[in-house]
Design a protein around this ligand. Structure first.
Ligand code: FMN
Length: 193
């Protein structure tokens, strides 16, 4: 059972500043995750409250968790709470998955919910909140037919999917910008609440 208000905003007091929409940022274990503070900072500037949910693998040195917790003012979540614990975050008004790995995209599309991040993603579409995903998947993995099927399935669920990004350097040895803010644009573009 969700706890969203009719206006789709978090109830007063839950998110600290009543009326601000609450964004879940789901972070997966891709190298580019080291820059996820760019997405969190941009979301805060656009007046979202932000809570970060990391996959267990992403907590294994992929980004500066202390810096991100300082930015959001909230602990990063990765494990399920115990039944007796209160909900650490309010329910989401939107979800951004960035970076999204091959592994998480395929498991999410298959309906696997064996981590908090995947459970949150599997539930999000059913809650009716907008979900945007920025994949970071190398070409060799992206060629796998299961990956193509997963993207197709997620699109069919209404998930907004950013442009392909390999995370690999171009011929000049330079890696392209990830375009973190695209996740926010996808959430607030046409069709968003
Ligand atoms: C340094 C490093 C960088 C990685 N970068 C990527 C990446 O960009 N995309 C990807 O799909 N997997 C990447 N991986 C592999 C994932 O970490 C691995 O598949 C992991 O199981 C993903 O877990 P998660 O989806 O639960 O976060 C990387 C692994 C390492 C060690």
């Amino acid at each position: 059972m969700t706890e969203r208000t009719q206006a789709g905003r978090t109830p007063a007091g839950e998110a600290g500043k009543p009326g601000k929409p609450f964004l879940y940022v789901v972070v997966c274990a891709a190298g580019i995750a080291a820059e996820v503070d760019k997405l969190v900072g941009a979301a805060l500037e656009r007046d979202w409250e932000v809570g970060v949910i990391a996959t267990p693998a992403a907590l294994n040195g992929f980004f500066d968790t202390t810096a991100v917790e300082t930015l959001t003012g909230r602990p990063i979540r990765s494990a399920w709470r115990t039944p007796a614990d209160p909900r650490p975050f309010p329910p989401p008004d939107a979800v951004a998955v960035a970076p999204a790995t091959f592994n998480t995209i395929n498991k999410w599309a298959a309906g696997i919910a064996d981590t908090l991040a995947l459970g949150t993603l599997c539930e999000a579409s059913g809650l009716g909140v907008p979900v945007a995903v920025l994949p970071c998947v190398a070409d060799a993995l992206a060629a796998h037919p299961a990956y193509r099927d997963s993207l197709e399935r997620l699109r069919g669920m209404g998930v907004r999917i950013g442009e392909p990004y390999t995370g690999e350097p171009g011929p000049d040895g330079v890696r392209a910008e990830f375009g973190w803010e695209r996740a926010l644009d996808l959430l607030t573009g046409p069709g968003a609440p």
